[in-house]
Design a protein around this ligand. Structure first.
Ligand SMILES: Cc1ncc(COP(=O)(O)O)c(C=O)c1O
Length: 401
C-alpha cells in the first residue's frame, strides 16, 4: 500500500540535531552539537529517595491517570518556584503542566493560529519551535538579532509590512534570556519596547525561558512575564535543565481564556502529563532540592562556559567572533570569510568534532557562517579539544577552498 502523507508532515524536514544525535556515540567524537545537560547534574540520589517516597505514599495516585492541566500540588509548587526564581506572580489555575515545554509550544501553535497564519520568531531561533510551528503549518517570519536579542525596530517594521499584506501576526515568540542558539540576553529596556510593540499592535508575546535559572555571571534581568503581568503574555518553563529532561516536564503560564483552550488540546494530545513525574517534581520543589541543585548546576556549568570561551580566544582569535553568554548552554560562533558551516560539518566530523550549523536554526537559509556550540555536555577538557579540532577543520577547509 502506498501511504499518502499530510501536507504538514511533507513540509517538515529532519533536523540536523536529530541526525547528530545518531552520531553522538561515534567513538572519540567530541559533540558540541546537541543541547543536552550534563548527566553529572542529574540529582540521582535525591531523585531515588523521592521516587521511593512517592511509591510508598502516593502510588495509587502517581500510577493513575491525572488531571489534564496537571497535578494540583505540582502546579501550586511551580507557582511558588516562579515567584521565587523569576519574580512571576501567577495563580496555580493559570499553569498547565506539559510533557516538556516542547509540548507547550505545539499546544500554543494549535490554539493561537490557523494553518497558513504568520507568527514572528527571532532569527535564528530554537529548532524545536520551528518543528512545532511547521507541524501546525504556520508561516514563520524571523527578525534579525544583535547581541541584545531581537532588534525591536526591525520587528516593528516587519509587523507594519505584514499587516499591510493582510498577514496579521498571531504571536511573537522570543527566548529573551540566554537564547537558544545564540546565548544572547535581551536587556530590560528592550524588553519594555517589545512589550509596547505587543500592546500597540495587539499581538500576544510568547516568552520561552528554559535557561533563565542558569545564570553564571551578571545581574538577573526580569522576565517579560514578571514585567508585564499575565494578560497578554504566555510563558513557558521546564524542569529539563534544572532536574532532568528524562522525566519530560514543562509548564506553560497563560491567561484564563487561553488555559481553557489548552485544556481541550491537551486532552487530544495525551489526556494528561505523566502523573509519576509530576509527583516527583512536586517533592523536588517542595523539599527545596531544586534550589540547591540550581546552584550546583551553575557551579559546574560556569567552569565549562569559561573553558569554551578561553579555548575560543586561544584558538579562533581573528578567525571568528562569538557570544560570551552570562548563562544557559550555548555559544554562538560566526566564522569570518565566506565559510558555509553546513558544508564544513563533514570535515569537522572527520576531525572528531560535531557542532550544529547556523542554518539549522533558520527558516530562510541565513546564518551560513555561524555555528552553535554547546558547552554543558562535554567535560572542560573535551570542550577545549573540540575547539582545537574546529580550528584545525577551518584551517584545512580554507586551504581546500
Ligand atoms: C528554547 C527551548 N524551548 C523549549 C525547549 C524544550 O525543552 P523541554 O521540552 O525539554 O522542556 C528547549 C530544549 O532545548 C529549548 O531550548
Amino acid at each position: 500500500m502506498k501511504f499518502n502523507f499530510s501536507e504538514s508532515v511533507n513540509r517538515m524536514k529532519t533536523s540536523e540535531i536529530r541526525e547528530l544525535n545518531k552520531m553522538a556515540s561515534t567513538p572519540g567524537l567530541i559533540s558540541l552539537g546537541g543541547g543536552m545537560p550534563s548527566p553529572e547534574t542529574f540529582p540521582k540520589k535525591d531523585l531515588e529517595e523521592i521516587m521511593d517516597y512517592v511509591m510508598e505514599n502516593f502510588a495509587d495516585l502517581a500510577l493513575q491517570y491525572g488531571n489534564t492541566l496537571g497535578n494540583d500540588g505540582a502546579r501550586e509548587v511551580i507557582s511558588g518556584m516562579l515567584r521565587k526564581t523569576e519574580g512571576i506572580d501567577t495563580a496555580m489555575k493559570n499553569i498547565i503542566i506539559n510533557s516538556g515545554s516542547q509540548q507547550g509550544l505545539y499546544e500554543l501553535a494549535t490554539v493561537l493560529a490557523n494553518p497558513g497564519d504568520t507568527v514572528i520568531t527571532e532569527e535564528p531561533t530554537y529548532v524545536g519551535a520551528v518543528s512545532a510551528f511547521s507541524a501546525n503549518m504556520l508561516r514563520m517570519e524571523g527578525i534579525e538579532m544583535d547581541h541584545q536579542g531581537m532588534i525591536v525596530e526591525k520587528l516593528e517594521e516587519k509587523i507594519k509590512k505584514l499587516i499591510g499584506e493582510g498577514r496579521n501576526p498571531r504571536f511573537i515568540y522570543v527566548i529573551p534570556t540566554f537564547q537558544n542558539p545564540t546565548g544572547y540576553t535581551m536587556p530590560e529596556e528592550r524588553r519594555r519596547v517589545l512589550i509596547e510593540i505587543s500592546e500597540k499592535y495587539n499581538i500576544p508575546l510568547v516568552e520561552d525561558n528554559p535557561y533563565g535559572q542558569l545564570r553564571y555571571y551578571g545581574k538577573p534581568v526580569n522576565s517579560i512575564r514578571s514585567m508585564r503581568g499575565g494578560e497578554n503574555t504566555i510563558y513557558l518553563g521546564t524542569f529539563s535543565k534544572v532536574m532532568t529532561p528524562g522525566l519530560r516536564l514543562g509548564y506553560t503560564v497563560a491567561p484564563d481564556e487561553v488555559m481553557e483552550k489548552f485544556n481541550l488540546i491537551k486532552q487530544a494530545l495525551d489526556l494528561a502529563t505523566n502523573s509519576f513525574s509530576q509527583y516527583v517534581a512536586l517533592e523536588y520543589v517542595r523539599r527545596g532540592v531544586i534550589y540547591s541543585q540550581i546552584e550546583e548546576n551553575k557551579k559546574i556549568y560556569r567552569v565549562k562556559r569559561d573553558r569554551i570561551v578561553s579555548a575560543l580566544k586561544e584558538n579562533m582569535d581573528g578567525m571568528a567572533t562569538w557570544s560570551e553568554p552570562e548563562g544557559g548552554m550555548f555559544v554562538w560562533a560566526t566564522l569570518k570569510g565566506d565559510i558555509d558551516t553546513r558544508m564544513m560539518r563533514e570535515s569537522a566530523f572527520k576531525n572528531g568534532v560535531a557542532y550544529v550549523s547556523g542554518q539549522a536554526f533558520t527558516t530562510n537559509g541565513t546564518q551560513r557562517s555561524s555555528m552553535r556550540l554547546n558547552f554543558t555536555f562535554g567535560t572542560p577538557d573535551q570542550l577545549e579539544e573540540g575547539i582545537k579540532r574546529i580550528r584545525k577543520t577551518v584551517d584545512s577547509y580554507i586551504g581546500k577552498k
